[in-house]
Ligand binder design. Structure first.
Ligand SMILES: NC(=O)C1=CN([C@@H]2O[C@H](COP(=O)(O)OP(=O)(O)OC[C@H]3O[C@@H](n4cnc5c(N)ncnc54)[C@H](O)[C@@H]3O)[C@@H](O)[C@H]2O)[C@@H](O)CC1
Ligand SMILES: Nc1ncnc2c1ncn2[C@@H]1O[C@H](COP(=O)(O)OP(=O)(O)O)[C@@H](O)[C@H]1O
Length: 279
């Protein structure tokens, strides 16, 4: 039977924006460890960092392979390993050529912290399912993840019936799945089913998904305490998608955008959500 898909509006997402209080410092707000970007795709490292930084969090520890580029754009980022409350791994990496990054991915997946896995970390996340992991594939990536665990389905079939496959993938892979597309479907293993639409078609541009990874990483890092409770990761993923779509709308206003425009519109998108909440 087809699952019931719950919509997720700006009002719902607004509840998942963590607003710092007078008692907060950079550590209490949440630290995100980011292992993204490679020699082949350094820009993805920058885009994820920008997405996270512009969503709002205490600190980013960047441990990927695009340090120079990331620091030239965001000198606020710390490149020293240390304690984090959540991980964003894999955007802008190739699962076939991971080298040292592969060790960092498996350390994150073996840690006690929640993990957002994308790009080259998706297959590794499929191999070692655990609570607190959310994967963010597009259709072709989901087809590869499923093939990796012995479920053969074409990317074309997933594109034709994305809700069916997001739902099935969550149950097969036993991690929370955010399946990207014009409508994004979020499914928790045997749990929440949320569909988010409303991003302009202009969002279909290189690197937009890397920015989304950063947005979700920031929301998870700022809600790490509850991330293992049933349904929480799915609601954080839906909220990240709404925030990303709102930022894309604000940046686009009916015209073309690049991924960095979405990241730069995020503070206004956050303000828009907080205004709905009445903050
Ligand atoms: N600025 C950056 O650094 C960017 C990095 N990216 C990273 O690139 C990696 C690969 O992601 P993809 O989403 O491209 O992976 P896909 O699985 O969609 O594509 C894999 C390969 O298939 C080929 N391909 C697929 N469809 C094609 C088409 N219509 N025309 C031409 N070639 C096609 C491309 O050679 C591509 O490298 C990820 O790690 C991702 O994070 C992308 O996000 C784009 C931006
Ligand atoms: N037709 C579309 N309309 C609106 N949003 C889209 C459309 N196609 C893709 N998107 C969104 O654009 C982003 C693309 O991400 P992704 O496929 O990972 O690209 P990249 O790897 O280049 O970052 C996702 O957030 C996805 O939901």
């Amino acid at each position: 039977m087809e699952s019931e898909w719950m919509p997720w509006a700006e009002r719902d997402a607004a509840a998942y924006v963590a607003v710092p209080t007078e008692r907060d410092d950079k550590y209490s707000r949440g630290v995100l460890g980011i292992v993204t970007g490679s020699a082949e795709y350094p820009g993805a490292g920058v885009l994820g960092v920008e997405g996270a930084a512009r969503t709002g969090l205490g600190m980013i520890r960047y441990l990927g392979d695009a340090t120079k580029l990331v620091l030239s754009r965001r000198p606020e980022v710390v490149t020293l390993p240390g304690r984090v409350q959540a991980w964003l791994i894999g955007s802008g990496t190739d699962s076939g050529e991971l080298g040292l990054l592969g060790t960092l991915f498996s350390d994150a997946l073996a840690s006690d912290e929640p993990v957002v896995a994308d790009g080259g970390a998706l297959e590794m996340a499929a191999e070692a399912p655990r609570a607190g992991v959310v994967v963010t594939p597009h259709y072709r990536e989901l087809a590869r993840m499923l093939a990796h665990v012995g479920e053969r389905v074409s990317a074309q079939t997933i594109a034709t019936t994305p809700s069916v496959w997001a739902s099935r993938a969550a149950d097969i892979l036993r991690v929370t799945v955010l399946l990207k597309g014009s409508t994004t479907f979020i499914a928790e293993p045997l749990g929440a089913r949320i569909a988010v639409s409303g991003a302009p078609g202009w969002t279909a541009t290189a690197g937009a998904g890397d920015v989304l990874g950063g947005v979700l990483g920031a929301l998870v890092a700022t809600h790490a305490d509850g991330a293992f409770e049933p349904g929480t990761l799915a609601r954080l993923a839906a909220s990240a998608q709404v925030l990303h779509a709102t930022a894309a709308q604000r940046a686009s206003q009916g015209g073309p955008i690049v991924a960095l425009d979405i990241a730069e519109a995020l503070p206004d998108a956050v303000r828009q959500l907080l205004a709905i909440r009445g903050d």
